[in-house]
Design a protein around this ligand. Structure first.
Ligand SMILES: *Cc1c(COP(=O)(O)O)cnc(C)c1O
Length: 222
């Protein structure tokens, strides 16, 4: 099916929720992103810095770029001029570098704390105590050019629905706890980024506000 039809099909499943769609464009050439843009997509997710930086000038300026893959501190500078949200924040060190680079461009960059929710050891992300340690630190409180807007997680690659539901609930629980303890009067802390092509309807039922969908829109990656 054409990108526009697939996009329409995914978007229709968000109706009745307040969730938004992050169209995951990694590995796909710019022409396919332009096709998705023409069909109405405005939030694009990439997981590699170089790829995102190469594509960004080719798309209209109203695209919201989200970095969804692991980010090394020495690469923040390449996306700091334009990135809207870094969904993969997993250390205080990274937050401090985002602050530094965003300040150079007089910008505020949004960020999500990425949590480890999957069973697999390989998937990266914070534990709840690690996140709380960051949020309680003096350095975090002094940040002016990075604003945490929520949490993100990547579930286990499985079709076991009970397990997926458990993992999504865990992330939602982390969000609720952090919201109550650290962001109670902060309306901008509101995002729970979870759900991909195979499991986003389930993630929506568990309270996702940002679904990250690639292959259901563009087909399998080559
Ligand atoms: C690739 C990727 C996605 C999208 O995966 P699909 O299965 O193609 O929808 C979502 N989140 C992250 C972090 C990814 O790396």
């Amino acid at each position: 099916m054409a990108i526009a039809d697939n996009l329409q099909q995914v978007t229709s499943q968000l109706k009745g929720t307040s969730a938004r769609l992050v169209v995951v464009t990694k590995t796909h050439p710019v022409e396919r992103l332009q096709e998705a843009y023409a069909a109405g997509a405005r939030i694009f997710g990439e997981n590699r810095v170089q790829e995102m930086a190469a594509k960004q000038p080719e798309l209209p300026a109203d695209v919201e770029w989200h970095l969804i893959g692991h980010l090394q501190t020495n690469k923040v500078k390449y996306i700091a001029p334009f990135v809207h949200t870094i969904q993969s924040i997993d250390s205080l060190k990274l937050l401090l570098e985002i602050e530094r680079q965003a300040a150079r461009h007089n910008r505020v960059i949004a960020g999500l704390l990425q949590f480890h929710i999957a069973e697999e050891e390989t998937k990266t992300g914070l534990t709840l105590p690690e996140a709380e340690e960051i949020l309680r630190s003096e350095e975090y409180r002094a940040l002016r050019h990075v604003r945490l807007t929520g949490v993100m997680g990547v579930a286990t690659f499985t079709d076991d629905e009970d397990q997926l539901r458990r993992e999504f609930r865990t992330l939602r629980g982390y969000f609720d706890k952090l919201k109550a303890l650290y962001f109670a009067d902060n309306d901008t802390f509101r995002e729970v980024s979870m759900g991909m092509s195979a499991d986003f309807p389930l993630a929506l039922r568990e309270g996702s506000t940002l679904v990250r969908v690639g292959s259901a829109i563009f087909g399998a990656r080559g």
